[in-house]
Design a protein around this ligand. Structure first.
Ligand SMILES: *Cc1c(COP(=O)(O)O)cnc(C)c1O
Length: 405
């Protein structure tokens, strides 16, 4: 087809070749038939306990803004001041001119926070995981992953070209067996710290001992533990009273409990130097806006100092579990602010989520392939800003929806 461009020159519009059309059609129809079609909703305001979605005000039980910092006035102010000082864009990658004093200060503060020798900022957690795993491993190496690990960890393992093994969720006996099959190779065990869709904790002390005894590396991605677990919010390691020496690599994200955006890798000085040279998702991408780093420095400080946020979360979790068990809701064995309600079929998960939405509650139905086949669920999450009365109401409404559907 010929189009006329603004300046009157006929140009050819590049359409997707017709041979792709059946793929699109088949795929979309299949997803719809299986209740696996996903669509976005439009949120008109800030992240918080209330969100304005598709023109309606709903109580939000599905954000990862656990500490309620995403719209904290001091964090917003820091972003504004950061923009005044640095402008908006970082202008280039960290290895060109993009690495600003704001990024550097944040890296140092994150190192002090986690207790690791050094920290390297990445643009997202997804990129951190792709970058670190593919920099550490290659052909001839082995990567061993918990079956329920986050997609970015799995993708990092696949991208690396290492031999890829998954072990049954939390099964250290099976892991030990797989480790013993590869004694000659370099091996890296990879696990979520808090499993993102189930809310349970990895047995990090057990993983650490096992890896040490088999001379394997251990990478823990604590996206949902940092800020939330431990008295100071240092995550799953602090929860288990472990020091930084118990894992080889710690990955953290900044878009969840810290309420901003970005991610980091923590480790030894040498590991970080190596990643600066070799992690392609670090090297070949634009540095995050320095104003975001400034905002994160403030949210990191709030997350550490305001331990009431963690105490409140823990109270809300206990309240939810108590009420949910009284009502016989199919909740899982989780002590974190991720409280899944297991429903099984995708269609049922959608139906229950729709009912809740009509009552003014926003909870997302999580379906395969995000979770295993037949284990669709509502992924309920809490924020330190929720009220106990909202938790009670949520349990009543879920209970009603389950009995009436
Ligand atoms: C969310 C998440 C990521 C990805 O982090 P982003 O910064 O959102 O890209 C990585 N790992 C785990 C376990 C996560 O839950």
């Amino acid at each position: 087809m010929l189009l006329r461009s603004g300046i009157g020159i006929p140009t050819r519009s590049i359409v997707i070749p017709a041979m792709f059309h059946p793929t699109f059609e088949n795929h979309l129809k299949t997803l719809e038939r299986q209740s696996l079609y996903r669509s976005r909703q439009i949120n008109a305001g800030p992240q918080g306990i209330h969100v304005d979605v598709d023109g309606r005000r709903l109580v939000n039980f599905c954000s990862n803004d656990y500490l309620g910092l995403a719209n904290h006035p001091a964090v917003v102010k820091a972003l504004q001041l950061g923009a005044d000082r640095y402008g908006v864009g970082s202008g280039s990658a960290h290895l060109i001119t993009g690495h600003c004093s704001a990024h550097h200060a944040l890296e140092e503060e994150l190192a002090a926070f986690t207790g690791f020798a050094r920290v390297l900022l990445f643009s997202t957690g997804y990129m951190a995981n792709l970058g670190v795993i593919s920099a550490l491993l290659g052909k001839g190496d082995r990567v061993l992953q918990d079956r329920l690990n986050h997609a970015s960890l799995l993708d990092g393992g696949l991208l690396s070209g290492a031999q890829f093994k998954r072990y049954p969720h939390a099964d250290l006996t099976a892991l030990a067996e797989i480790l013993s099959q590869g004694r000659e190779a370099r091996q890296l065990v990879v696990s979520d710290g808090v499993f993102s869709m189930d809310g349970d904790l990895a047995d990090v002390p057990g993983l650490s001992r096992l890896c040490e005894s088999r001379d394997a590396g251990l990478l823990v991605d604590d996206a949902h533990g940092l800020g939330v677990l431990g008295h100071h919010g240092r995550g799953v390691l602090e929860h288990f009273k472990l020091g930084p020496g118990s894992v080889s690599v710690l990955v953290g994200t900044l878009g969840k409990a810290f309420g901003t955006f970005g991610a980091f890798v923590a480790g030894s000085d040498q590991l970080i130097e190596y990643l600066i040279q070799r992690a392609r998702t670090y090297i070949y991408t634009t540095a995050i806006p320095p104003s975001l780093a400034e905002a994160t420095r403030v949210s990191l400080d709030l997350a550490q100092r305001e331990s009431w946020r963690r105490e409140k979360l823990s109270l809300l979790v206990q309240r939810f579990r108590g009420r949910a068990l009284e009502r016989d809701l199919p909740i899982l064995e989780s002590r974190t602010p991720i409280q899944p309600v297991l429903l099984g079929e995708s269609r049922r998960a959608i139906e229950i989520a729709d009912r809740l939405r009509r009552k003014g509650i926003l909870v997302m139905p999580i379906r395969p392939p995000t979770v295993p086949e037949g284990s669709a669920r509502l992924r309920v999450t809490f924020s330190a800003l929720h009220e106990e009365t909202q938790i009670d109401w949520l349990v009543e409404e879920i209970s009603d929806a389950l009995t009436n559907s």
